[in-house]
Design a protein around this ligand. Structure first.
Ligand code: SF4
Ligand code: FES
Length: 373
């Protein structure tokens, strides 16, 4: 690993995002995982993950997010949660829920899971099953939600919205209320990885977006603090980008299934990087010394117009992976920004999207599901 001197004021990451597997029983067209997935044979083993969790706690990480793929595809999930809980880490499981049966729920509750984020593809069984590519999947999710609430684990219901389901946001929020969610997240598709291939068929129209945003506003007014509804305008329709990941190498660390340490889940799409592995380097050494993490940390790298823009400290020039995906250069202003010289790319994508309707589902599967992981 290439090592540089750490910045004197470098704070530890708040969150570790543990992508413990890419295996997944669903086949969503909006999957933002990389085009090249890591197979189960390459996954870190249990003992490696237990060590990584210890290193995270020692480094000062507060939150540990188990994600994937589908984390429940691994049999050692509860073991990892128990270890993290014993080290006082706040544990969050991000799951599709289709494998969250009574046994899995009991194991997670006993292990001390703090929070579960359960994703739904839609509000109606047929549409949800079609979108996730799993017959009976929606019913399993409903059952999973009931188990989570019965186990008294705080539940966030997550809906990824796109042109095909955005008109049902009020019904999504109503479903969240019915199921006893303590939080509802309406998340627009992030156009990374597989989702970028399907962008023309996923982007909503400006009219749909306006209605959806008004619907969320009305729900927020009604629900108040009883059930917070998270919702952010999608990049492609906003005038300024977001500080992706809270800033490159600033708030969070991603670990891929095989143990690569990444500043964000799409970072491997960027050429010219040598991302370190937790197999041979400690989290602390990576966070404090990796050139890859330092590359876009802070604002010194920023080009014009960001460099002389008053918003730079707030949005840090947007998303590096989106800049690369749309312009071929990671160190350019995110084209989602209306001040970017490349903003026409985003405008054109919206214009091109109007009639497209040929979604390509992502078929991953639980390859290696019966393995001991
Ligand atoms: Fe943010 Fe750069 Fe756009 Fe200014 S020019 S708003 S810093 S992305
Ligand atoms: Fe990589 Fe935004 S997803 S910086």
């Amino acid at each position: 690993m290439a090592v540089t001197a750490p910045a004197a004021t470098l704070e530890p990451p708040v969150a570790l995002i543990a992508e413990i597997t890419h295996r997944c029983p669903l086949s969503c067209a909006y999957c933002s995982n990389p085009l090249e997935l890591e197979r189960s044979a390459a996954e870190l083993g249990t003992s490696d993950w237990l060590r990584v969790i210890e290193e995270a706690a020692a480094l000062g990480v507060l939150h540990l997010h188990f994600t994937g793929g589908e984390p429940l595809a691994r049999r050692d999930l509860a073991t990892l949660v128990r270890h993290a809980a014993a080290l006082q880490l706040y544990t969050n499981l991000i799951t599709s829920g289709v494998q969250l049966d009574d046994r899995a729920m009991l194991a997670l509750a006993e292990a001390g899971i703090d929070h579960i984020q359960l994703s739904f593809q839609d509000v109606e069984p047929e549409r949800g099953d079609a979108s996730g590519g799993l017959k009976g999947g929606h019913a399993r999710k409903l059952a999973a939600a009931a188990r989570i609430v019965a186990a008294q684990v705080p539940l966030t219901l997550n809906f990824v919205v796109h042109r095909g389901n955005i008109d049902r946001i009020p019904a999504m929020i109503a479903l969240g209320e019915r199921l006893g969610a303590s939080r509802i997240e309406i998340a627009h598709v992030q156009y990374h990885g597989w989702a970028l291939l399907n962008r023309a068929s996923l982007l909503p129209t400006a009219e749909q977006l306006a209605v959806a945003t008004a619907g969320v506003g009305a729900a927020r007014a009604r629900l108040g603090s009883r059930i917070p509804v998270d919702y952010v305008l999608p990049d492609y329709f906003a005038t300024r980008p977001k500080a992706c990941m809270g800033g490159w190498g600033r708030r969070a660390m991603n670990i891929s299934p095989s143990g690569k340490a990444l500043p964000c889940h799409a970072a491997e799409s960027l050429p010219g990087f040598d991302f370190p592995s937790v197999r041979d380097t400690s989290l602390g050494a990576i966070w404090n010394g990796s050139e890859a993490f330092a590359r876009f940390r802070g604002t010194d790298w920023a080009p014009e117009p960001c460099r002389s823009c008053k918003h730079l400290e707030a949005d840090l020039g947007g998303c590096r992976c989106q800049a690369f995906a749309l312009t071929g250069e990671a160190a350019r202003t995110d084209p989602a920004c209306k001040l970017s010289p490349d903003h026409h790319i985003v405008r054109q994508a919206i214009a091109d999207a109007v009639a497209a309707n040929d979604l390509q589902p992502r078929r991953i599967g639980l390859f290696g599901r019966a393995a001991t992981r």
